[in-house]
Design a protein around this ligand. Structure first.
Ligand code: DC
Length: 232
């Protein structure tokens, strides 16, 4: 366990589909940092609501549910696995429908409070790259590097569509674009911890970039800002 003051923290925030997780994952390998996907944690709460037939925007019911569930992130071999009440959820949190549940439950203040300590304690124990919506503004305001990653809604929708098709899932571009715009609106306009760049974040619009180009650019920024070097 490291001294909490000595851990290095990189916060990557931005809207859904901007490529945060791909980028954060590959950067974490290059730098030997732990990668923490906070969206997966909110997805687990959204999943729990769906399992119980609770409307994700029913704040009272979702808040009551928090007292009855156990959400855990376990880190194994660089992978983050989500568990709900001791059960491994795997890719079930990636279902398209869960994006909506996660976005809706994440607007409830009690949900954000419930998950705060968990996210903070992971970052205090490790050098981390954490991605989400409020990492630079709320969870890790002390991060030494903050990046706000975005791309146009159309490009993000196209990337998501291709990703789903590659996984053999149904994907209709127009529907995905509409969902992305709806989620952007909800995530950015909520009263608590809305999606917005921290004052000291570096803005990175990666429209038209390949994942490799985005990684190369971010790696340079990290080396420059943190004085870190590649471990592999
Ligand atoms: O990154 P993602 O698509 O897996 O996130 C799912 C939802 O969770 C997203 O719509 C908003 C919410 N979220 C959040 O409010 N704060 C975070 N730090 C991460 C995700």
């Amino acid at each position: 366990m490291m001294d909490k003051k000595t851990t290095l923290k990189i916060a990557i925030d931005g809207p859904g589909g901007a490529g945060k997780s791909t980028l954060a994952k590959s950067l974490s390998k290059k730098l030997g940092f732990a990668y923490v996907d906070t969206g997966a944690i909110y997805r687990t709460v959204g999943f729990a609501a769906r399992e119980r037939g609770i409307a994700p925007d029913d704040a009272a019911a979702v808040t009551a549910m928090l007292g009855e569930i156990k959400v855990e992130a376990r880190f194994e071999g660089g992978r983050q696995d989500m568990y709900l009440d001791g059960e491994f959820l795997g890719d079930r949190i990636r279902e398209h429908d869960i994006s909506h549940y996660a976005s809706a439950v994440s607007a409830i203040p009690a949900v954000r409070d419930y998950l705060f300590d968990m996210q903070r304690s992971i970052a205090d124990a490790n050098n981390v790259i954490m991605d989400g919506r409020d990492i630079g503004t709320v969870i890790l305001p002390d991060a030494q590097l903050k990046v706000f990653l975005t791309a146009t809604p159309e490009e993000r929708a196209m990337r998501r569509t291709n990703e789903l098709i590659e996984k053999g899932q149904n994907a209709v571009y127009e529907q995905i674009l509409a969902d992305i715009k709806e989620r952007d609106e909800r995530d950015s306009s909520r009263a608590v911890a809305p999606l917005k760049p921290a004052d000291d974040a570096i803005l990175f619009n990666n429209t038209g970039y390949t994942p490799e180009q985005s990684l190369a650019e971010l790696l340079e920024i990290a080396k420059d800002k943190l004085g870190v070097s590649e471990v592999c």
